[in-house]
Design a protein. Structure first.
Length: 263
């Protein structure tokens, strides 16, 4: 899957678990646990196929190549995060599934905010390896069971992307939850984690076309207009004129007595 861009989609309609291609560096997007055998996590498979289509023989596609209109089937579960530290990636764009999971707008939050505090170090280390490898990450998740709250299963797929300068600073991910959304706020525990290093051509800088900005001609200051008013020349007052005005003001009385005989 990493070296061969023509690997078919890893959906349950194309292969069974025994018929998957025997490639060492293929990440199987189907379920491998008995507790999750009833779901296909189709949103993760659709995002992975689109990411593979964009990157071709390269390690990863650029963020500018990503068009949300091409993955409408998985758009509600998709998010884009930006690297702000070696182990931290903050969500910049997110679908409704992530917002409904925490019951709030997740933009600006780190990816680890979706996880149980005990699992955040594991996820942070996986994010660090994703940028440093680079590598792709697949996490099988389970939510905590509580009062009037059933344990739900989910899968998170994290795929690297490059920025305009060719640096690996973006992550496109998918949070695919089995069945109905859990009761909010819901945070997940990691039941299994798989990482696969991606190979191919290193990302390069992308030239982004700047929008056309017309330049306005600079008006000539000496040009005369037919309907323009005549300008009044500025004459600076001399020092003796200013001092005479000051003396006149000082000679005046500050108070005047006003008599009204009608009162």
């Amino acid at each position: 899957m990493i070296d061969r861009p023509d690997v078919p989609s890893l959906s349950s309609d194309s292969f069974s678990s025994d018929e998957l291609p025997s490639v060492d560096n293929v990440v199987e997007l189907q379920n491998t646990t008995c507790a999750q055998s009833s779901t296909t996590f189709q949103a993760c498979a659709d995002l992975y196929d689109y990411w593979q289509h964009l990157r071709g023989t390269r390690q990863m596609p650029a963020r500018s190549e990503f068009d949300p209109r091409d993955i409408t089937s998985a758009l509600s579960a998709t998010f884009v995060a930006e690297k702000v530290a070696p182990r931290v990636a903050r969500i910049r764009v997110s679908g409704s599934v992530l917002n409904d999971t925490l019951g709030m707008d997740v933009r600006g939050m780190p990816i680890t905010a979706l996880f149980d505090p005990m699992a955040r170090d594991t996820v942070a280390e996986a994010i660090n390896d994703l940028f440093a490898g680079p590598s792709m990450v697949v996490l099988d998740l389970t939510s905590r069971r509580g009062f009037q709250r059933k344990a739900s299963h989910a899968r998170m797929l994290l795929l690297p992307m490059s920025d305009a300068a060719g640096n690996i600073t973006r992550v496109v991910g998918c949070l695919d939850i089995e069945g109905e959304l859990p009761k909010t706020p819901c945070r997940f525990k990691v039941s299994s984690l798989r990482q696969t290093e991606v190979t191919g051509e290193a990302p390069k800088a992308v030239q982004i076309e700047t929008p056309f900005e017309p330049t306005m001609p600079t008006p000539e200051t000496t040009r005369s207009f037919a309907f323009a008013e005549n300008t009044v020349p500025f004459h600076q007052k001399r020092h003796d004129d200013v001092s005479r005005n000051v003396n006149e003001l000082e000679g005046r009385a500050n108070l005047r007595l006003v008599v009204d005989n009608d009162v």
